[in-house]
Design a protein. Structure first.
Ligand SMILES: Nc1ncnc2c1ncn2[C@@H]1O[C@H](COP(=O)(O)OP(=O)(O)OP(=O)(O)O)[C@@H](O)[C@H]1O
Ligand SMILES: [Mg+2]
Length: 114
């Protein structure tokens, strides 16, 4: 997964932005009272994936060991930062963990057992 910060918006780069994005930026510039830098360092997240009956049959047929669940490491030591007033691009193939990363740094996933 690759993350990259861009430069501040200027005349040249803002020309390519949609009106919706321009409106969102204007809203943030007007309403953000305290600029905040968000940093995350060596972020880890893993879940216990429980196989459905269908998955277990499929796995058995394919020669995999018949286990009820498997541990999945979704985020492996992800580090990065987002600067105020700049756009951060998070890029990666489908399933790379972009949404999981955003959920983790915005406190949208609970910490639990398993
Ligand atoms: N709660 C969960 N339990 C088990 N697997 C999960 C869970 N949440 C996400 N995954 C798996 O983690 C991987 C990363 O998912 P995620 O949705 O973060 O990817 P993404 O980069 O946002 O993909 P897309 O570009 O398709 O939106 C996927 O293989 C997904 O199936
Ligand atoms: Mg996603």
């Amino acid at each position: 997964m690759i993350s990259q910060t861009s430069q501040n918006f200027d005349e040249g780069s803002s020309r390519a932005l949609s009106n919706a994005t321009k409106n969102a930026i204007a809203y943030c510039e007007k309403n953000a009272k305290v600029p905040v830098k968000v940093t995350f360092r060596k972020l880890m997240f893993e879940v216990e994936h429980k196989f459905s009956e269908e998955e277990r049959v499929y796995r058995k047929d394919a020669g995999f060991p018949d286990v009820p669940s498997v541990r999945k490491q979704l985020l492996k030591e992800c580090s990065g930062y987002a600067m105020p007033g700049q756009t951060l691009y998070i890029m990666g193939a489908s399933g790379a963990g972009k949404t999981t990363l955003l959920n983790a740094i915005s406190d949208r996933i609970g910490v639990g057992k398993g």
